[in-house]
Design a protein. Structure first.
Ligand code: F6R
Length: 242
């Protein structure tokens, strides 16, 4: 586990974007695993700036997102499809047909999960998976519990996760109660993982995830089993890292 702590946001974003662009330079057809949420946004901005300066191209790359809400139309402003289009895809030269996000409106959600997992098997493995971390240690929407699910599946969102995401909706009632998420096994199949966390509010869960025991009660702690994880933290999130 390679944990790096940055004093300046800009340096964190440049380093994160640099890991992604180095991969694309050596492997233009790379398969990227992408995340929504606030943690990767600064890195996405940096990537957009680099594409605009012709320093990197996503033209041959493809991407798989970690998750999507169940029941929001894709065009809803808070769907993860809309988020990715606005924060990244519409500003870079990636082929939108090769950006995969689970369909949270599929008529048969179990079949959609199986099809997503199969597509990952056919086109993967993911070369580089980007992750944020929930306050409760979730990765993707793999919420803490006594058991975790390996493959892509439908998950009931914990109340704390719905509350954390309510900031993007008019009210808590509007936050979906379910999501489709890659499973922990799906995530761990990526060749390399890049986890980003920012802010004091993530300091304690970062300590538990990377300095505590491996436990399903903190899904991110399972990343300790992966041989190639890079963690980028700002000083506040890395407060307890020795
Ligand atoms: C997003 C995702 C979530 C977030 C996590 C952290 O696709 O799967 O696990 O990465 O909830 O969210 P932020 O970055 O908003 O703190």
């Amino acid at each position: 586990m390679n944990i790096r702590i940055f004093e300046h946001e800009e340096d964190l974003n440049v380093t994160g974007a640099g890991i992604i662009t180095s991969l694309l330079q050596t492997k233009p057809r790379a398969v990227l695993g992408l995340a929504t949420g606030s943690s990767p946004v600064g890195i996405y901005k940096q990537l957009i700036a680099m594409v605009q300066k012709d320093l990197v191209s996503f033209a041959q790359a493809s991407s798989f997102n970690l998750d999507e809400y169940v029941g929001l139309p894709a065009e809803h402003s808070e769907s993860y499809r809309s988020f990715m289009n606005e924060q990244l895809f519409h500003h870079i030269d990636i082929d939108l047909d090769k950006t995969y996000i689970p369909d949270g409106n599929a008529p048969d959600l179990a079949q959609e999960c199986e099809a997503y997992e199969q597509r990952l098997e056919d086109r993967g493995p993911v070369d580089l998976q980007i992750l944020g971390i929930g306050h409760n240690g979730h990765i993707g929407f793999n919420e803490p519990g006594t058991e975790l699910t390996g493959r892509t599946h439908v998950v009931a969102l914990k109340e704390e996760t719905r509350k954390a995401n309510a900031r993007f909706f008019d009210s808590l009632d509007q936050v979906p109660t379910q999501a489709i998420t890659m499973g922990v096994g799906t995530i761990l199949k990526a060749k390399q993982i890049l986890l980003i966390a920012r802010g004091e509010e993530k300091a304690e869960i970062i300590r538990q995830a990377f300095m505590g025991p491996i436990t399903t009660e903190c899904p991110a702690s399972l990343l300790q089993c992966h041989p190639n994880v890079v963690v980028l933290l700002d000083r506040a999130a890395g407060r307890w890292v020795k």
